[in-house]
Design a binder for this molecule. Sequence first.
Ligand code: BJW
Length: 228
Amino acid sequence: MSFSSIVILTGAGISAESGVDTFRDKGGIWSKVDLRDVATPEGFARDPERVHAFYNERRSGLSSVEPNAAHRALAQLEAEFAGDVLVVTQNIDNLHERGGSKRLIHMHGELTKIFCTKCGTRREEHGDLTTFDCCPQCGAMGTLRPDVVWFGEMPYQMDEISEALQQCDLFVSIGTSGNVYPAAGFVEEAHQAGAHTVELNLEASEHHTRFAEVRRGRATELVPAFVE
Ligand code: BJW
């Protein structure tokens, strides 16, 4: 088969072998903390210190992890493929960009970005955030939050993603359990637009039967082999 436009959706599984925790696997993040406490606007309103501590720990963890063979293989595909390649990641780590990907959408935001809920200003942040921090733009205190998409919030760049899904002829889903919408519905959108659909995942995802082709295994083995 030959393709001209590829959309790749990635999830926590692609970063697992770099040492980043997944969410729903045994021992995953949601087995240790209640997502309602740390990944909803209501949880943040109730206890911002707790939410800051959760993201501060994950942000500081980025300095001790490296992109793996799967991240690098996707960057290589983008560099060498004659057509379009768009990586849409649900991950808030920065391993795709550090692995060399250029055309990348962080639909659930980024650990290394924060924004002010008062004036809306976004900026990079590599250190810890506290409720005593002031926004450097508007001076308000306690209004900064991680630039990540919590449950009930609208994921980023949805128009751009929808357009790419309409136009792609290959859709590849890597390392995601398919539990979270709207990302879990992308396979359907791509299929309806006529794309070939492929899942590369360790275990059967929630919607594995929706894919035309399924390969099981570790991302660091499956992705380089698929890209070859
Ligand atoms: C390996 C591996 C290895 C392991 N190699 N594989 C229907 C339509 C639309 C919305 C909804 C709907 N029904 C419900 C909703 C609302 C809600 C939702 O989906 N709820 C469900 C629980 C049902 N969605 C939302 O609220 C979203 N917003 C929204 O819908 O806005 C309105 C809207 C409507 C319509 C259109 C457009 C918009 C927002 C969701 C935000 C999710 N946020 C989080 C936290 C982000 C910040 C953070 O990281 O803390 O995002 S939750 C968490 O789950 C995180 C992840 O990105 C996301 C997905 O997890 P992922 O990546 O799939 O990880 P796991 O752990 O679940 O799976 C890992 C997989 O890897 C496993 O399968 C393993 O087997 C595999 N694996 N090791 C290969 N080595």
